[in-house]
Design a protein around this ligand. Sequence first.
Ligand SMILES: Cc1ncc(C[n+]2csc(CCOP(=O)(O)OP(=O)(O)O)c2C)c(N)n1
Ligand SMILES: [Mg+2]
Length: 322
Amino acid sequence: MAKYKKEDLLKMYRKMEDIRNFDNKVNQLVRRGEIPGMTHFSVGEEAANVGAISALEKGDFITSNHRGHGQSIAMDIDLNGMMAEIMGKANGVCKGKGGSMHIADVEAGNLGANGIVGGGMGIAIGAALTQQMKKTGKIVMCCFGDGATNEGAFHETLNMAAIWNLPVIFYCINNGYGISTPISSVMRTKHVYERASAYGVPGVFIEDGNDLLAVREAMDKVVKDVRAGKGPVLVESISYRWFGHSTSDPGKYRTKEEVDEWKKKDPILRFRNYLIEKKLAKAEELDKIEAESHAAIDAAVEYGRKGPEPSPESAFEDIFTE
Ligand SMILES: Cc1ncc(C[n+]2csc(CCOP(=O)(O)OP(=O)(O)O)c2C)c(N)n1
Ligand SMILES: [Mg+2]
């Protein structure tokens, strides 16, 4: 695979490691009461996140959703700032006022996670309109789940993006469920991407969203077309979340067999085996990356622990623009 430089392949590996290790750590901290509220994890969906977002270039934007840690990490948001944010500390990336479901970092290109299902879609097409009007050459990737495709916002924004030919990718990570509802019980088309035809835009299907390079290659092509001004595209990747919907979900609606079947399709292990088999990296190099990732996440926890609580007065800051 001469297509991607070794450096890029290893960076993608590191990003997937960071997502998994970050979320496993957050899970522990929630259970120990060190993190308030509940969170949604990207574990299992690492390739669907990293494969897609690594196809973007600096200056491009994403909008994210409630399951946004993976997307934020893939966008290079600082792990320290993210961990502190989720802990509700003033040294967090949103000064501790957003938390897990509202991580945003405009500099890094993440216009925001969103607790409202489908809430990022209007923001995404607004940002895409800005890029088009200002001729920046930059594009927007609007990330959401299968459940969001039954929101009115999905249909309205996809239609508007289509008629205005906006530089936006509607990217659906289809993990088969919206909380406990199987997508197959609330949608009569087999696939989400087929819905693109209703709006006259291309639909792209990534059948194996756990195959990092399959996601990346498909998204490279989509990014090229969207950047060239060909208008919006709806992309669907099939993946699976290993954990419950959130930390407050015991996940009774899925069988152990189903979850175990998906764990066998572990996107990180598959990419690791691929790199070793194709002699693109040695096991020791990958072990080192794994250790570096764990160390970075431990450091992020310490950074968060040391951070001060936001002051009561700060509740009134950053509400209006100057
Ligand atoms: C407008 C709105 N309706 C309902 C909810 C409650 N809710 C939170 S996540 C979720 C399911 C979303 O499923 P999907 O879009 O497939 O994302 P996934 O959690 O599977 O990644 C629902 C219904 C919400 N947050 N916002
Ligand atoms: Mg879903």
